[in-house]
Design a binder for this molecule. Structure first.
Ligand code: HEM
Length: 160
């Protein structure tokens, strides 16, 4: 009987809460949960920060773009996105540093042109919301989404 109880006692001791706490105290900190500040990726560059701001307005805009009652707010969001892209056009993609010196100027020029095209299309988007043409607005948002994908493919480092 005693022999049979011994393994059971061992298992109970090992997995008791205090044993788990002791193991934690000795070893590494507990793994971070999804959404923890410590693991969520913070932007590392000024352009990254501008993009994060832009992204917040962009997500809201996409959610409400079909709703004509939100057009006044949508116009404000487009203005915030425009201000962010204007700022972004004064910066350089971090990926520029990966290129040979001789190729950098042309690369940055291409980036700026793309960003300015994006900003120009935002003017059409404002006009669509002002005209309460939410169908046209949604089509323009699709086009801008395509420009975002192209811009990221060419100028953003792939996510690690
Ligand atoms: C709807 C439009 C766009 C959205 C919502 C958006 C969003 C984002 C987000 C969330 C990041 C990651 C930021 C970070 O945590 O570091 C990012 C990075 C970046 N985006 Fe955009 N983006 C948009 C359009 C564009 C366009 C049009 C271009 C280029 C012409 C572009 C170029 C970049 C680059 C280069 C980075 C990397 C940052 C760096 O190099 O420092 N983005 N963007």
């Amino acid at each position: 009987m005693k022999k049979r109880l011994l393994p059971l006692a061992l298992v109970l001791t090992l997995f008791s809460p205090s044993a788990v706490l002791m193991m934690r105290a000795e070893g590494e900190a507990p793994a971070h949960k999804e959404g923890d500040k410590a693991v969520s990726k913070e932007p590392e560059t000024e352009l990254g920060k501008v993009m994060e701001d832009l992204s917040r307005s962009w997500r809201k805009l996409r959610k409400q773009a079909a709703d004509a009652a939100s057009n006044a707010s949508s116009i404000e969001l487009v203005a915030a996105i425009g201000a962010a892209t204007e700022k972004a056009a004064t910066l350089q993609p971090d990926k520029t540093k990966d290129l040979p010196e001789a190729d950098r100027a042309k690369y940055v020029e291409g980036y700026k042109t793309k960003m300015k095209e994006f900003t120009t299309k935002l003017a059409s988007l404002t006009a669509a919301f002002k005209a309460n043409d939410n169908t046209a607005a949604q089509a323009l948002i699709k086009e801008l989404g395509q420009m975002q994908r192209e811009g990221h493919k060419e100028y953003k480092r792939p996510d690690k």
